[in-house]
Design a protein around this ligand. Structure first.
Ligand code: ACM
Ligand code: ZN
Length: 486
């Protein structure tokens, strides 16, 4: 059991808390200094203190009570908060570290002021030293099955950032939805078979910028070679059989290949900062390929003897195309694999992870019965009847190192929770996410030896009971010199 210091109230739990002597009275702080380039955080600090009625005057000297600065000896996303009698100093390995440390500060202020505005509002002296366990702390949003407005995606981004998620994997195409504007498939905007909704270029730019302000990078996904029924109904010449196009692209058609190359070029242009592009790869059926003379011929020409090998070659070619665009390809795990340069997302079972590890791939852990957030938390919730229950504690108990073995550590880039939306219309996106996000955030950020379910629920309940959600939203909305606080 951790001691009762109020520095031990953070979510997610930090790497290390070193307690010092004495206490710091928060209202004693009067001035703030920030290193050049970090002014946006200074503003957030002023708003956070103003929320509790404390005005921090900006000064040019680092002798100020509150100081925000970089310390490049820290890991890029790491941060260190030093609480001394009359000083509060935050150091970040990069602006991302400052961003995460500032989130922690809001929690600490919430706790310090939890007894009301009168009286003493202090923090124990000490140093908090933090860094993430995983570089890839992902969340997948399926915008294909149900569409979400720009505002809803931004609301989700704010919540993800609060729990230090840094990758938004955006599932943008599927059988029933095509959400990106494309010059080469203009018909998809109006097609009756598709659920309504498509982002404009300006909206995508806006979301990418908003995500990046929250230190979240976007990994767009175009699902290939299956999951493409709507597109193939509009453009049946890209399928094996134009009369019954089905869900899979034709793997033996030069025209289809050319189309996909152009499409990927468009995606790269829409997401110029995305260093990873996800190309799907899940759940393709071989049936159409088996009945297609072009696919059979392609197999013969390549000297391969199975349609799965043909698919693997095709996805390998697509991965190399992504590399040509200066990006890295990522795929859902299959049994037949691609080259080791492609990041593999394990989703069906722990075997996906072991297989990918044996092939030398970098991996992301999304095994469905641990991390599919469309699964219900309790009986009676709207869901498909085959879905297992996925309560918060199951998410919390997830640990790739424990489930698969410590040998995967170096190849496991991280973890990703997935919100598929067949049963999740827009209004359910936030509630389905929020209830398990704190547990997932701690799994993604915090080191295993620091994680403890009972300690976690205690911290979470305490922050909730102290009104942390209102503080966070209030700080967001205040003006910088908002002494009109509260
Ligand atoms: C998946 O759940 N089809 C990746
Ligand atoms: Zn074909």
């Amino acid at each position: 059991m951790k001691n009762q210091s109020n520095l031990n109230s953070l979510l997610p739990v930090p790497r290390e808390v070193r307690l010092g002597c004495g206490r710091m009275e928060v209202r004693g702080l009067q001035s703030i200094h920030c290193a050049p380039g970090l002014e946006r955080f200074l503003e957030v600090w002023q708003r956070a203190f103003a929320y509790f009625g404390v005005r921090l005057q900006r000064t040019g000297t680092s002798e100020a009570g509150a100081v925000i600065a970089l310390d490049t000896r820290l890991p890029a996303e790491g941060w260190r908060l030093e609480v001394e009698n009359e000083r509060l100093h935050l150091y970040g390995g990069s602006p991302a570290g400052i961003f995460y440390g500032t989130g922690a500060l809001k929690q600490l202020l919430t706790i310090a002021f939890s007894k009301g505005l009168q009286g003493v509002h202090d923090l124990d002296c000490g140093t908090i030293i933090d860094e993430p366990r995983y570089a890839w702390r992902g969340f997948m949003l399926d915008s294909a099955r149900h569409f979400q407005s720009v505002d809803k995606v931004k609301e989700l981004i704010r919540h993800l950032a609060d729990y230090r998620i840094n990758v938004l994997h955006w599932h943008l195409t599927d059988d029933t939805g095509w959400r990106i504007p494309s010059r080469i498939v203009p018909k998809l905007k109006s097609l009756g078979t598709l659920e309504y909704g498509q982002y404009t270029r300006a909206e995508i730019r806006d979301i990418v910028r908003y995500a990046s302000e929250h230190f979240i990078r976007i990994v767009p996904e175009i699902d290939l070679p299956g999951h493409s029924r709507g597109l193939l109904q509009a453009y049946p010449h890209l399928a094996c059989n134009t009369d019954e196009p089905g869900r899979e692209y034709c793997l033996g058609s030069a025209e289809t290949k050319q189309f996909i190359i152009e499409l990927l070029g468009e995606v790269a242009g829409l997401f110029p900062e995305s260093d990873v592009i996800h190309i799907g790869g899940d759940e393709a059926s071989t049936e159409n390929w088996e009945n297609c003379s072009r696919c059979r011929r392609a197999m013969e020409e390549k000297g391969i003897d199975s349609f799965r090998a043909l698919e693997a070659q095709f996805m390998g070619e697509v991965s190399r195309e992504i590399a040509q665009l200066g990006r890295r390809a990522m795929m859902w795990a299959t049994d037949w694999g691609v080259g080791p340069d492609t990041i593999i997302q394990g989703w069906r079972s722990l075997f996906d992870i072991s297989n990918a590890f044996e092939r030398g791939s970098d991996m992301v852990f999304s095994v469905h019965h641990h991390l599919y957030f469309d699964y219900p938390e309790s009986a009676g919730e709207p869901s498909a009847n085959w879905m297992p229950l996925l309560p918060e504690e199951t998410v919390y108990a997830t640990d790739p190192r424990v489930h698969v073995g410590p040998e995967v550590d170096g190849k496991m880039l991280g973890v990703e929770a997935c919100l598929w939306t067949e049963t999740v219309p827009q209004w359910r996106v936030i509630p389905k996410t929020l209830s398990r996000l704190p547990a997932f955030g701690e799994l993604a950020w915090s080191f295993g030896e620091n994680r403890d379910w009972y300690d976690f629920t205690g911290r979470k309940q305490r922050l909730e009971a102290c009104g942390y959600n209102s503080v966070r939203d209030g700080v967001r909305m205040l003006l910088p010199d908002g002494m009109q606080a509260r």
